[in-house]
Design a protein around this ligand. Structure first.
Ligand SMILES: NC(=O)c1ccc[n+]([C@@H]2O[C@H](COP(=O)([O-])OP(=O)(O)OC[C@H]3O[C@@H](n4cnc5c(N)ncnc54)[C@H](OP(=O)(O)O)[C@@H]3O)[C@@H](O)[C@H]2O)c1
Length: 238
């Protein structure tokens, strides 16, 4: 049986990956605060705020994940949910927003990865972190986001060192995609984000990839024999 868990499946890149995994014969468990806009056979949805670390821990410890993963011979976890806020220079970022960013972008993904590996012994199992170029290059206004994505890259590198039986892992930068996250970036006041103009120009000049196209590329890479050959990858090289 083929089973996949994807966080942030309700919109953007995650929504695109759901259909691709279902088409490839996977039963999919989607985790986000809201539901996908359409009902899909093969998709089970869990409403969970990944910024609430106590709730994520309780979910990971509950039987829900182990029941879903039971009997899987091929299992995939895609840690895709992410938030770009706070966008502001250090000194103007807000403690609550910083904590929320680390909780969603890092803590939840690390907890789910740990439980996923514990529950999939004997399976061909693959852990995917959706990272960002911002984890590999520094951008003004994004110090929190950059730090969280760099953490995800390093988490994959260190997991690979654990050499767990049957486990492959990869941290993938998806490129610049036309999703709600880019709309959030473009809505930031320029005083907090001095490179705002570059992001507006990218949108105006048609430089953003369609979420469905990027999702299809990532999905076919995850399912390929090449997956995990390198720990830190970029969709623009697929
Ligand atoms: N768009 C880009 O240009 C770009 C570039 C580089 C990397 N990325 C990365 O790609 C991934 C997907 O981003 P996207 O562009 O598709 O963003 P998006 O359209 O804003 O979607 C984000 C997804 O994450 C979920 N999410 C956010 N906060 C959550 C929370 N507290 N609890 C549970 N789920 C939560 C959202 O679901 P709910 O709102 O329903 O909870 C949604 O499904 C992210 O990791 C992002 O950092 C995006």
């Amino acid at each position: 049986m083929k089973k996949a868990i994807i966080t942030g499946h309700s919109k953007g890149l995650g929504a695109g990956m759901v259909s691709c995994l279902i088409d490839a014969g996977f039963e999919v468990l989607g985790i986000a605060r809201s539901a996908l806009s359409e009902d899909l056979a093969g998709l089970t949805e869990v409403a969970l705020d990944l910024g609430d670390t106590a709730a994520v821990s309780a979910f990971a410890a509950s039987s829900e994940l182990s029941v879903f993963l039971a009997g899987a011979t091929e299992a995939i976890l895609i840690n895709n949910a992410g938030i770009v806020e706070p966008i502001a220079p250090v000194g103007r970022q807000d403690a609550g927003k910083i904590a929320q960013s680390v909780a969603v972008n890092v803590t939840a993904a690390l907890i789910l990865s740990d439980t996923f590996v514990a529950e999939t012994e004997g399976a061909d199992r693959r852990v995917v972190h959706i990272s960002s170029g911002a984890g590999r290059n520094a951008y003004t206004g994004w110090s929190v986001y950059c730090a969280t994505k760099a953490a995800m890259d390093m988490h994959v590198r260190a997991m690979v060192e654990d050499a767990i039986d049957g486990l492959k892992a990869e941290s993938i930068a998806p490129g610049v995609i036309d999703t709600g996250m880019q709309a959030t970036i473009r809505a930031t006041p320029e005083e907090d984000f001095s490179i705002l103009g570059q992001f507006k120009a990218m949108k105006d000049e048609g430089g953003l990839a369609k979420a469905e196209d990027t999702a299809a590329k990532i999905c076919s890479h995850i399912l390929s024999d090449d997956f995990g050959a390198e720990s830190i990858t970029d969709v623009r090289n697929f």
